[in-house]
Design a protein around this ligand. Structure first.
Ligand SMILES: NC(=O)c1ccc[n+]([C@@H]2O[C@H](COP(=O)([O-])OP(=O)(O)OC[C@H]3O[C@@H](n4cnc5c(N)ncnc54)[C@H](O)[C@@H]3O)[C@@H](O)[C@H]2O)c1
Length: 444
């Protein structure tokens, strides 16, 4: 099948590479010429485990190409994916300008086309957006009676860090369309990922939009909820949120996923999707009470942790903190809405110098250029610091060499904002350990 993907970011590149890998001819389009130049030179502009090799192989096989021209890409494509960003506006509503522009460009590019084309919305959008996309396409294509087309909403469910695996083995493939013909083409295209078990679920475009928004809202709510519980544990003598977490999650109705105290959720999806969902619901005349508070809870939590560290260190003459991990989660380089940003900013505002190490720090370096001292390994970062804050749970931080830390660090404070370390071990090695919702003796 000939496929084009408009928007070659975390979602577009994975989608394009994996459809190419299963024997399709894919053209990925991006209007950022730097991204296209990099991809054309055989390098990828994002970090996603396993992706570069697949991209490389399919470039060689000539099943995957890149261009900045939508017109060239869509001419010969039977299926056209819209995978551009849908970030937040200042007021929390979705900014659909990139999506609308890309849709208009696709419509204009198809003015002289003929046959049947499926146009697929992959970006996450507020409820009701499919109607808007269809009306843009309608107005661009009304004069072309040689072309038959149908719209499908096919929201992406991959997660950064595991995107390749998620795409290869999705829990479900959501397809929202009124067109049987388009549905059959989508079924054929997703067949290689659907062989073992039927993962395809069909509904209307609105069903697809809302199902996607519900998933992200549900997961974010779990994160916000356990973080609020951790704060309650913080002020409950004798409580350890890590022990409580195990007691809760062993309940099969609840389970372990997304139930880990943290500095709050981040990334390009949860924060914007929940705010955008709520903003749209309000615009449509309904103000959801619970959903409206999830984002506020998460933001408050990020601020609380920065504040709590500062307060605990208040009388301790702290001048330098090391940070391990800055990306919003491990196995990605993505810094969008990363919890590390407000926390590090809080340290800097307090006049505390920050040295930092993250295995994929390209984007973090741009954000804190000239403000944070970046190092190339984790132990380099702790030299002469008073405290260490673990902010993102990259695997390499799981078993710190406390002996080496003792020799390199000036102070003995460890702030574990992912509850990854064993407090008793840290304490035994002479460190003052602080986790989230773990009521260990306050710092000495
Ligand atoms: N990142 C994720 O984990 C994830 C997961 C599921 C869904 N989504 C959703 O998928 C969508 C894309 O997310 P992303 O993280 O890949 O975004 P991204 O910012 O990484 O990529 C979007 C790309 O689109 C390009 N673009 C913008 N306007 C364009 C236009 N008119 N023509 C061509 N290219 C254009 C940008 O240059 C950018 O490279 C968003 O709606 C997001 O919410 C993201």
């Amino acid at each position: 099948m000939n496929i084009s993907i408009i928007g070659t970011g975390y979602v577009g590149l994975v989608t394009g590479a994996l459809f190419a890998d299963r024997g399709n001819n894919v053209v990925c389009v991006d209007n950022n010429p730097e991204i296209i130049a990099k991809l054309n030179s055989g390098k990828i502009h994002i970090f996603e485990p396993g992706l570069e090799k697949i991209v490389e192989e399919n470039i060689k096989r000539e099943t995957l190409t890149f261009t900045d021209s939508i017109t060239d890409a869509v001419k010969n494509s039977e299926v056209i994916f819209l995978a551009v960003g849908t970030p937040s506006n200042e007021d929390g509503s979705f900014n659909l300008s990139y999506l609308e522009q890309a849709t208009r460009d696709v419509g204009k590019s198809l003015k002289d086309s003929s046959g049947f084309k499926v146009i697929v919305g992959k970006s996450t959008v507020p409820q009701g957006t499919s109607q808007k996309i269809i009306s843009i396409l309608d107005s661009e294509l009304k004069t072309n009676d040689k072309l038959e087309w149908a719209y499908v909403s096919n929201p992406e469910t991959l997660a950064e860090g595991t995107a390749v695996k998620d795409f290869q083995k999705p829990d479900r493939v959501i397809i929202g369309t009124y067109s049987d013909k388009a549905f059959e083409i989508m079924e054929e295209m997703y067949h290689p990922f659907n062989i073992t078990k039927d993962r395809i679920m069909r509904g209307s475009p609105a069903d697809a939009e809302l199902a996607k928004l519900f998933s992200n809202t549900a997961l974010a709510t779990r994160v916000a909820m356990i973080n609020e519980f951790a704060r309650i544990a913080d002020i409950t003598p004798g409580a350890d949120m890590d022990i409580i977490r195990r007691m809760i999650c062993e309940d099969s109705r609840i389970g372990y996923k997304f139930m880990f105290p943290s500095p709050g959720y981040g990334g390009s999806c949860f924060p914007k999707d929940i705010q955008g969902l709520v903003a749209k619901a309000k615009e449509n005349g309904y103000s959801p009470l619970l959903l409206d508070k999830i984002h506020d809870s998460n933001e408050a939590h990020k601020n609380y942790l920065g504040e709590r560290i500062i307060n605990l260190l208040k009388d301790k003459e702290i001048s330098k903190i090391a940070v391990w991990g800055m990306t919003f989660k491990p196995d990605t380089d993505d810094m969008r809405d990363a919890a590390s940003v407000p926390i590090i900013t809080r340290f800097l505002n307090e006049g505390i110098a920050v040295s930092a190490y993250d295995p994929k720090d390209v984007k973090a370096r741009k954000i804190f250029e000239g403000k944070v001292n970046f190092t190339d390994n984790k132990y380099e970062a702790v030299k002469g610091v008073d405290a260490l804050a673990l902010l993102t749970e990259w695997k390499e931080f799981d078993s710190p060499d406390y002996g080496l830390l003792s020799r390199l660090m000036k102070g003995r404070y460890v702030f574990d904002l992912r509850n990854r370390l064993l407090p008793a071990v840290a304490n035994k090695k002479g460190f003052n350990y602080f986790g989230i919702g773990r009521n260990y003796p306050l710092l000495k």
